[in-house]
Design a protein. Sequence first.
Length: 267
Amino acid sequence: MPLQHQVGNITIIALPDGEGPFFEPRTKAFPTATPEDWRKADEMDPASVTGNGDWLLRFRCFAIRLGDGRLILVDAGIGPAGSPAASWAPVPGRLPEALAEAGIDPAAVDVVVLTHLHTDHVGWAVRDGAPFFPNARYLMQQAEIDAIERYGSPAGPYAVAPLRAAGRLDAIDGEHRPVPGVRVVHTPGHTPGHQSVLVEQGDDTVLITGDLLVHAVQLVAPDTAYAHEMDPDLARTTRTALLDRLAAHAKGATLAVSHLGDPFVTL
């Protein structure tokens, strides 16, 4: 059974798509992390370090099942064998199997929130050039679409163009509430239009992070920059401000994370 987290009458379901070693040493990916930072990170998330000190990376999406049965998917994973992530990630991913295990028919998904357009987050957005979730609206920040078109990315022709052609792409600008209790928030830095998803019911709060943070070292030392952030200074500011705000919440908060060993982390 997929791991789940309850927020009032909303269920958040972790959907594993794959796992594999990162393509470079973790000390190169996080060059400012200290030995003490690594010690604390490995203590917090031992499942993400291999016996020889490599970074074992998970690739994970999340489904939000509302009390009335409506479904929101956050991110679309690494995709099938021919997806752009094949150049570095362990494709084919198993998101379709994970959805089936959770009792989710792709045709029943109402909204797909793509946190950003890196190839490991859009792989199952389309299949054979058509939307894989045929009845869903796909939400992206306009700033992300603009950046992809400005700088170029395999995610553009792979995902953005087919979704636009199918009339399924909704560009949003800043905060957006697709349904009560779910808030899409602009969290730039990792990419210009990166977005995360807040699920709130009463005093319970879960942040589905996307790549706001990608490793536990950025939890034990939030100032730690990731080498593959497009704007490390902005990413740091966004990450530290949001984590501080969540940590100050009366009941704390839970993070639903894309790449750590466990899908849910309590602050």
